[in-house]
Design a protein around this ligand. Structure first.
Ligand code: CP
Length: 304
């Protein structure tokens, strides 16, 4: 593969290869071991048209740990503000012979358009409501690390599924890896078509969480809410949020996950976010490892 645009395209074997390398890298990061600077002499551009903390920082750290030079471009302070198109921005970056462009964009399909016009490897860091492949990969890596497998797991995903690129990428990736994905959201936040993509659509949060190995909350994306999809954040938390009572339905010790950023007390109670079974902080380290794995494999430098 030249690019990583989503998890609808890679095979189960390709996803497994990324996760295996990511797990090996994460072990090394935890032990404080050195990683070979196999991307020395290459350069990585992060081109972000939307805000980010985790994804942009972890791609930068991943690239630097692999020895690459990193250039960060925020669209808000670039020539995009003077009217430059995405394709022309891509051609400009390509002329400088960058090896990778990591792009986040509010329009679904923007990374694919960029990838078709540049020589550099393009990695989708989140495109509108379409996909966020490295987020799903880091989620899957975290599950695999703590539960030992993906096949046969029951993963409950609850929250703003309609606007979520994370939900779609997880559905593709977990489905190809043999996990069962259950989803629940208020009707206004549940898009059509997910059942056809393999999800079990549940009619209550209790049904979604029943017997789950992993319970993942998704952020209420206030910036993408054009209409009143629920009365208030307080009512969302009360009637749709994940709390300790709902978690009694899950398997004992079920993992709590969230891609972040979290609206505390809305998608999840603070007790669950900070509790023993929460893996939300660990997901962040998984993000560095899996992004290192993606960069290495796209550059064809697969060993740790
Ligand atoms: N999960 C995620 O994409 O977080 P950021 O928006 O902070 O990158």
């Amino acid at each position: 593969m030249k690019d990583l645009l989503g998890l609808s395209e890679p095979s189960a074997a390709e996803i497994e290869e990324i996760l295996a390398l990511g797990l090996a890298i994460k072990k090394k990061l935890k032990e404080g071991g050195a990683v070979s600077p196999v991307l020395k002499g290459k350069s990585v551009v992060t081109l972000f048209y939307e805000n980010s903390t985790r994804t942009r920082c972890s791609f930068e750290l991943a690239a630097k740990k692999l020895g690459a030079d990193v250039i960060n471009i925020a669209a808000s302070s670039s020539s995009v503000q003077k009217g430059e198109s995405l394709v022309d921005t891509g051609k400009t970056l390509d002329a400088m012979r960058h090896s990778f462009v990591i792009i986040r964009h509010p329009m679904g399909g923007a990374p694919k358009l960029l990838a078709s016009t540049v020589r550099a490897h393009v990695v989708n860091a989140g495109d509108g409501m379409n996909e966020h492949p490295t987020q799903a990969l880091l989620d899957m890596l975290t599950m695999k690390e703590h539960l030992g497998k993906l096949a046969g797991l029951r993963v409950a995903i609850l929250g703003d599924i309609r606007h979520s690129r994370v939900a779609k990428s997880n559905l593709y990736g977990l489905g190809k890896s043999g996990a069962e994905v259950r989803m629940f959201a208020p009707g206004t936040l549940m898009p059509a078509g997910l059942k056809e993509m393999g999800a079990k659509i549940c009619s209550s949060r209790e049904e979604a969480v029943e017997g789950a190995d992993v319970v993942m909350g998704l952020r209420i994306q206030l910036e993408r809410q054009k209409a009143g999809n629920f009365p208030s954040l307080g009512e969302y938390a009360r009637f749709y949020g994940i709390n300790e009572e709902v978690m009694k339905r899950a398997k004992p010790g079920a993992l709590i996950m969230h891609p972040g950023p979290v609206n505390r007390g809305v998608e999840l109670t603070c007790g669950l976010i900070d509790g023993e079974t929460s893996r939300i902080e660990d997901q962040v380290l998984s993000g560095v490892a899996v992004r290192m794995a993606v960069l290495r494999l796209l550059a064809k430098e697969g060993t740790v």
